[in-house]
Write a protein that binds this ligand. Sequence first.
Ligand code: ADP
Ligand code: MG
Length: 341
Amino acid sequence: ESQLNPNYTFESFIEGDCNRLARSAGYAVANKPGGTSFNPLLIYGGVGLGKTHLAHAIGIEIKDRYPEKTVLYVSAEKFTQQFIDSIRNNTKNDFVHFYQMIDVLIIDDVQSFSGKEKTQDVFFEIFNHLHQHGKQVVLTSDRAPVDLQGMEQRLLSRFKWGLSADLQKPDLETRIAILRKKLFTDGIEMPDDVVEYLAYSINSNVRELEGALISLLAQSSLNKKKITVDLAKQMIDKFVKNTTREISIDYIQKVVCDYFDMPMELLKSKTRKREIVQARQLTMFFSKQLTKNSLATIGAQCGNKDHATVLHACRTVNNLAETDKRFRTYVDDLRKKLTLA
Ligand code: ADP
Ligand code: MG
């Protein structure tokens, strides 16, 4: 079992300036695995830019051309887990032997080897064996080799034996081509202006672009609406807000102070005046609910209180919201403002 995803082919991987070198190096490797100077081939780039897709494409192409070769795709995490299991079960030799028998080894997201010395050692051993025997190694990483902190120098120097090629963010034309290809493959029609609008609006990475396309198609079929630029616009407003907005304690303090029309200094002070204590408690309550900050951090930012005070505030808000109608309105109003619901 090579663990390859049949959809991630070269055919479905759109070429652009952003990926030309990595793609053609990958293609060269697929033509002559182990027989080029691109060994190892290291493909690196940010999230959602096609590393995993390209890694699979290389494996699939090799399987096609050389059915007798054993090709294995494995994530670095899975490799690590298998290694740990082999230690526990006293089967490390089998583990190493298994990997040394492979003709084409593809390891995805090797940045996760960082700081794992034992895993790096065993990978080093396997890598050397494969390389000496003319076997192909393909690696991906979410950052350039120079930025791989926590990776042993001897491994990094092995990476330099081959080729490192990066994937960059696709330009507008490539994004349009990716969307068109996807629509064509799925047999879906979409007006050109909508495709262009989507490609224009989502420039972060290909995964988000595909996500936006899927959301738009879902919106249109669920609400039985025609796919138009307007619908795309509504969807993106929602989509982008949900993915990129992160609520901070600062922001919650500002919204609460605006709502009660009180100065920020009072909220952060030690004053025990009732209205201010309430506003402070509401701030703590929402900070607990809507941010990932610890109780201690929340307390520190709300007038130097400790974590027990924050816990108490959360309970008080819950109780008051049940028993006091006016207070319930505060909670509802603030929640709406904070989550834009
Ligand atoms: P990464 O591993 O770099 O995070 P993936 O390989 O998982 O990114 O790619 C994310 C999605 O974008 C996948 O569905 C992949 O098929 C698609 N994708 C990325 N680059 C391209 C491309 N050049 N052409 C077509 N689809 C692409
Ligand atoms: Mg990936």
